[in-house]
Structures are given as C-alpha cells and as structure tokens.
Design a protein around this ligand. Sequence first.
Ligand code: ADP
Length: 506
Amino acid sequence: MFKKILIANRGEIAVRIIRACKEMGIKTVAIFSEIDRKALHVRLSDEAYLVGPPQAVQSYLNMEKIIEVAKGSGAEAIHPGYGFFAENYEFVKRVQSEGLIFIGPPAEAVKLLGDKVAARKTMKGSGVPIVPGTEVEIGSDQEGISIAEKVGLPILIKAVGGGGGKGMRIVREKSELKGALRAASSEAKSAFADPRIYIEKYLERPRHVEIQILADKFGNVIHLGERECSIQRRHQKVVEESPSPVVDEKMRKAMGEAAVTATRASGYVNAGTIEFLVDSDRNFYFLESNTRLQVEHPVTEMVTGVDLAKEQLRIASGSKLSYRQEDIRWKGSAIECRIYAEDPENNFLPSTGVVHSYWEPSGPGIRVDSGLYEGSEVSLFYDPLISKLLAWGESRGEAIDRMKRALSEYRISGVATTIPFHLRVMENLKFQKGEIHTHFIEEEFEKEKLLEPEDKDELLKAVAVFSALLDHQEKKDIKLVLSKTKSNESPWKIAGRKMGLRRHKM
Ligand code: ADP
C-alpha cells in the first residue's frame, strides 16, 4: 500500500479522500490556491503546498506545479478526485511518465471513454445496448440531416468531447436541423475545444440510472448496483439515490452485467460508472462512462457498506478487489442532496461569502460530506457544490423522512444555499412515490424560472474576473447588484421559513 499520496483537488472531495487515507495509514499531501489557504482539506492533510492564484487554470489545473509538488513531497501516487484533472488523458500520461501512479483508470481507457462516439462504438460492438443514433461524428450538414431522418425526430445533437450537461441541442422540427447542427458544432468548439458532434435519438422523459463498477488489474470486475440520478436541473444531477425506485432484482442483474461487459470492453481498471437512460418501458441504453469517483458515490457506499475511495487506493496500489460479486449485498435506501451555494430564491444565481455560522445535521442515518466550517469562504472561482447531505433508511420512505429532518437541521449562514429547494423536492408527492424522470424539476417547479447553464457560465466568468480585482466591500456590492428585488415572495423563501431557516442578510 502507498505510504503517501497527493490529492490534486479541493473542497469536499479532497476531504473525502483524506479521510480514506487516514483510516488506511496513508500520509496525505494537499495542494491549495491562494484563496484556499485556510480550507478544510488543507487543515486535515499532513502536508499542504501552495500551487498558485485562485484561478483554477493557474492552480488546481497547473500540471507542472502539481507534478513538482508530488515529486518534491515524496508522494507515490496522485488522486485526482472529480473535475479538474480527473478525466484528462494528458494528465494521466504525464503522471505516469514521471514515475508516479495515477489513482484511476489507465490513460487509454480515459481517452476511449472521453470520446463519446468511440465509446458508443465500443459498447455497440460488445453487445451493450446504446441510445439509438450514430457511432460516427457528423461530417457535413447533409450527413447530419440524413442521419436525423433515419433516427427520427426529435433528436439530440451532442458534443463528442462534451460533459457537464453542456452543449446539447434538441431538434424537433426538420426546418431547424441545419441551423442547429452548425450552432451545436460551434458551441462544442468553444466549450470543449472540439467541434465534433453526433446525433442521438431524444428520449422523452427518461430516467437516468447508472451502475457503479470496480475493476482490478487482474481482470476482476464487479458492479455495486445502481444509482438513480433523474432529479436534474438543466441536465445536471441534484438529487441521487440508491436503489432506484424503478429497478428490481432482475433489472439490476441485467444492467450490472451490461456494465461489467462495458468495463471489460474498454479495458477499464479502478472505480468507474456506466450511465444508462431508461425509457418508460424500462429498456436501458448506454449513455456514457465516467472514468472517476462520482460526486454521488456515497449513496452506493451507504447501501453496500463498501468504501469506494479505499477500494480505489487498494486497486491503484496493485491489490486484488476485496470483494467478489456475490459478496455485494444491498441494504436499505440512501439519498443524496447536492447542496450548492446558489440562491433558489433568485434564479439559482451563485452566492458567495464567508460562512458566518455553520451547523451540520447528524443523528441516525445521516452523513455529511462537506468542505465547510465556520469562517470558511465560498468564492466564485470554483464549483458551487459546497456540501453533500446523505440520508439512509431501512426503506425509501424512512430515507426521505430522515433527509427532511436533516435538511431542516442544517444551518449555513453567510451564503445562500439550495437547502430550501431540496426540502421542496422531498415534500413533493410524485417524488415520494418515485415517479421521477429527467424533466421532473422543470415540470414540477415550472413556475420558477431556471437559468440556462450557458448563461450562468458566462455570468460566472465575468463575475470571477471582476471578483479577483475587488476588495471585500466591493464584492458585497456585487452580490447586491446580482440579487434582484422581488415583489412577490418566492416559494423558496416560504419553504425556508417553514423549516425555520434564516438566511444571513447583508
Ligand atoms: P454530460 O456528459 O454532458 O453530462 P450525458 O450524455 O451524460 O452528458 O447526459 C446528461 C443528461 O442529459 C442525461 O442524464 C439526460 O438527462 C440528458 N440526455 C442525454 N442524452 C439524452 C437523450 N438521448 N435523450 C434524452 N435525454 C438525454
């Protein structure tokens, strides 16, 4: 086993990995940007090194500096967490060429599965059902039009190098096709530096159900069952759970076997996720693979008792899997709410500031993975995911009741959060019955105007640039400008008051 590893990440996921290392007697090396000097992952690690200014490109994405710190500190391996370098082929290659171990899959598997068309081709070739569509990128407008006609409208135009739910375009009318193909390609080019696009059949109101897998270097591959991730806002997950209300034992076995086949077909090693879309007849289709530890991995940990972060470390150090397929048993039900520093009362605009008071829920069945503490700072430089609240129960109903209880206990003041939003989801009768799909939020909360992710990204970038130049008072003023006055009280505010939640007012 490793003696010391570097964690090339920040926030809750860096903390999560440090915790696994501590329990295994592995020393940890943290990296941090200037704005993260006092961050929790820095405080909890054995050693920590400054790698650059707040901007991620110059710090958490500064490959040279990270490699230098890893080698200088005597770390044997690098855990990338999720985001940043987690699915970056160049980074994996570089780590290996420096004689270090990448705690994740082989570079070739990262490359193959990062190319959505190549992944679709591989899956189809090995008999894994894929969402109908193309296994080649679109070469010309004419080709795009004839493929769309063959697949049948509505279709979804997607980016070959896409991710984060961005750059997808639904086309319902033939007349829109040509324009949509061109716009999608130029969007893909600017967002992912790769103009290649492809076409999938657009499934109406599907469920997103994914399978967690573990694979070692000796050819052993197992699955740990499913996570239902259909509660999404603009194609991004906000609530996840395991088991899925729609998956029974037979379906779990079929999906698990497909995921194991997909894993073998791509030469994958370590922990990974095979994502599927499920239609209303419970047919499942391969969507994509995520070659990393997922944000939502704790729901699987809570129902199986397997520590996925520890398994990642064991696999990377060359050990065999600690479990055989028949050792995996599922008990009860677990739900995760992603707590974002975003203001649901205000179009989910990002919220920043110092956390003035902080009070985590606990008690039976509750787990909190967060990077927060009293006095910590939430900035615009990084992902707004600040905490993950998890609840486990003997039944799904008990997990929901515990989640509601925990959400109402959770106090974060100084920044607005999505806690009131989650409470409304938990109280929704359709959610409670498990009647969910990927358009659930849009349909159930349609009164609330939701910001397009592209718009928000632009806004975020602009504010981050200004924010870097401003002092504390000026940042507060920006927050005031961003918050618009509303004459009618929003449902989020009402939900917040109902649970006794008081937001810190500036
Ligand atoms: P990304 O890699 O950007 O996250 P995915 O391919 O994983 O993109 O898709 C993200 C989400 O977009 C899915 O969970 C689903 O809600 C929606 N989606 C993707 N492909 C389709 C499709 N063919 N039909 C309907 N919805 C889709």
